[in-house]
Design a binder for this molecule. Structure first.
Ligand code: HEM
Length: 464
């Protein structure tokens, strides 16, 4: 797929001379503890560490990580070269990948080439317009339930509330809550996977208590999911409206071998969508509430739009186009706090980035967070200014200066799902409530697999 990446506005690293085949970067550390020094700094403050390096070396640098060169990027043109122009030269099997595959199996997130293409073809109909309209009804329903449980004047950890809600949305849209009383086991399993990924670098797998906990959770989760698949295959009727499980069980690869997905393939997709589909959206919403609480003008504009368009009724799929300021608020929050703040690839063939040579086997990390924080594309980048997402403003920036859902053929399959969910949750709750950040509660980022609020988000809820 060709995407026109507009010519960028300002200076990247100067074009390399023939002799500069590698971008600049820190020298390798020698001695018995070699790269431990870098590693420690990265673990304790990855964002500060990477920002410092971009300041020092420019838009692209090469980090010394053992035998394999690691290219670190932030410039929209460079991201475009990897994600769009040369997408076919890169695969997803970067380091840390084995563990991901161990838990998720062979799914959209973990496969490449023809296996991935077949899966994407077969999963795509589950995200078509009619399905999204059905999911929208479920999203509003689940959000209203959460709001009904809130008491005027009470303080809540909004990150937990958002997690609870996005989990309910995903359970309902993926498998119509068929997990029944086992929803907690599913949520715990996901939590155990997440911890195992996050702490995987600290100890080898055979020594890691987190990985053992993750393995136990995987066994429990697989039992539930396979039982659910089996029940559905035997059932005489299908759920109305159809959920994602139904779509996967009935998917046929018309363009390929004409076959369907095996139980194992359905399991792998379900677990992946479940994991990819709720904590990202939950973090994005939590950060949006926080930013609105710090920006009363934006909050007032949001309330005015909701009052004007909805006049007190619940939002529907048909209202989405009219709720543009609501959408901009969510988009701006994902700019400042992108839930998927980095994307990684491995070069499967020799390539170039910004004119530098990228030998086959190199790893590439794209720091979306840094792209979104770049004052060349976003003057005063820490400020929350939803108007940045008006069509006129968007047209002035390089297309890949904003990529919370990545770009190119491997862009997030759930991006419209998530965008709709964000807009509807904000519209449903901001109509009824104002959320204030609890004085004294500390706010910090935890850049783990996704960009979580480190200490949760304590907020006081008042009825409007
Ligand atoms: C705010 C919410 C979300 C964000 C920020 C987000 C972000 C991303 C990003 C950046 C990628 C690309 C990863 C890469 O290239 O390495 C991705 C892929 C993916 N996401 Fe999302 N996502 C969100 C919500 C969802 C939802 C709701 C679902 C499913 C219901 C989902 C399912 C997936 C899947 C299956 C992939 C792999 C797609 C492929 O390679 O074909 N995501 N997501």
């Amino acid at each position: 797929m060709q995407v026109n990446q507009p010519a960028s506005l300002a200076g990247k690293n100067p074009a390399p001379r023939a002799a500069d085949r590698r971008p600049p970067g820190p020298p390798p550390r020698r001695g018995p503890f070699g790269s431990l020094h870098y590693y420690y700094r990265f673990l304790t403050d990855s964002i500060g560490f990477v920002r410092e390096r971009f300041e020092l070396y420019g838009d692209i640098y090469c980090a010394p990580t053992g035998d394999v060169p690691l290219f670190v990027l932030r410039h929209p043109d460079h991201l475009w070269e990897v994600l769009v122009r040369d997408a076919g030269k890169y695969g997803k099997t970067h380091s840390g990948f084995d563990l991901l595959q161990h838990f998720l199996g062979q799914s959209l997130l973990t496969t490449d080439g023809e296996v991935w293409r077949r899966q994407r073809r077969m999963c795509q109909p589950a995200f078509d317009k009619q399905r999204l309209a059905d999911y929208a009804t479920a999203m509003v329903d689940e959000t209203r339930n959460v709001g009904d449980g809130w008491n005027d004047g009470e303080t809540y950890d909004i990150s937990r509330e958002m997690m609870r809600m996005t989990l309910r949305v995903v359970c309902r849209t993926l498998f119509s809550h068929d997990v029944g009383g086992k929803a907690n086991t599913v949520a715990h399993a996901m939590d155990a996977f997440r911890t195992a990924f996050e702490l995987s670098d600290l100890l080898p797998p055979w020594l890691s208590p987190w990985q053992r906990r993750g393995d136990r959770a995987k066994t429990a989760l697989d039992e539930i999911i396979y039982a659910m698949i089996d029940d559905r295959r035997k059932a005489s009727s299908s759920p109305e409206p159809p959920d994602l499980l139904h779509m996967l069980l009935t998917a046929i690869d018309y363009e390929g071998d004409g076959g369907g997905l095996s139980d194992k393939e359905v399991r792998d997709q379900l677990v992946t969508m479940f994991l990819a589909g709720h904590d990202t959206t939950s973090h994005a919403l939590t950060w949006t509430w926080y930013l609105l609480s710090q920006n009363p003008d934006a909050e007032r504009t949001l309330h005015a739009e909701l009052d004007d368009v909805l006049g007190g009724r619940l939002p529907t799929y048909a209202d989405l186009d009219k709720l543009s300021y609501t959408r901009w608020c969510f988009e701006e929050a994902m700019r400042i706090y992108p839930p998927a703040y980095t994307i990684a690839r491995r070069a499967e063939a020799d390539a170039t980035i910004g004119g530098y040579e990228v030998p086959r086997g190199s790893e590439v990390v794209m720091w979306i967070y840094m792209t979104h924080q770049d004052s060349r594309w976003y003057p005063n980048p820490r400020a929350f200014i939803p108007e940045r997402f008006s069509p006129e403003q968007v047209a002035k920036r390089p297309k890949l200066a904003y990529l919370p859902f990545a770009a190119g053929s491997r862009a997030c399959i759930g991006k419209v799902f998530a965008a709709i969910e964000g807009q509807l949750v904000l519209a449903t709750l901001a109509q009824r409530f104002r959320l204030r950040h609890e004085p004294g509660h500390k706010v910090a980022m935890a850049p783990r697999i996704t960009l979580a609020p480190k200490h949760g988000m304590r907020m006081i809820v008042t009825a409007r």
